[in-house]
Design a protein around this ligand. Sequence first.
Ligand SMILES: [Zn+2]
Length: 93
Amino acid sequence: MARRYHGSKWDSKREAILKRDEYKCRHCKRYGKVKAATMVHHVKPVDQRPDLYLESRNLISLCGTCHNMMHDRDSDALTATGLEWVQRIWGEE
Ligand SMILES: [Zn+2]
């Protein structure tokens, strides 16, 4: 069945990242926990860096709980934890 829809590039990238991270949450891993990743997070938000949308370095696999910790529930801005990952992946800029 031919299925064509918007964002198929993202879907294949997302799959590649999950595979790279062995389908495990990267944030949980920092604390020695093993949890299945259910999504891929943009370390630098897409609205700030649309050029990094499909950049592997900017993508990490997370579980739903950890992903909720990355973004402020109201503003959607990065939380301290989210910013920590920016630091971790991209360092000082
Ligand atoms: Zn997690």
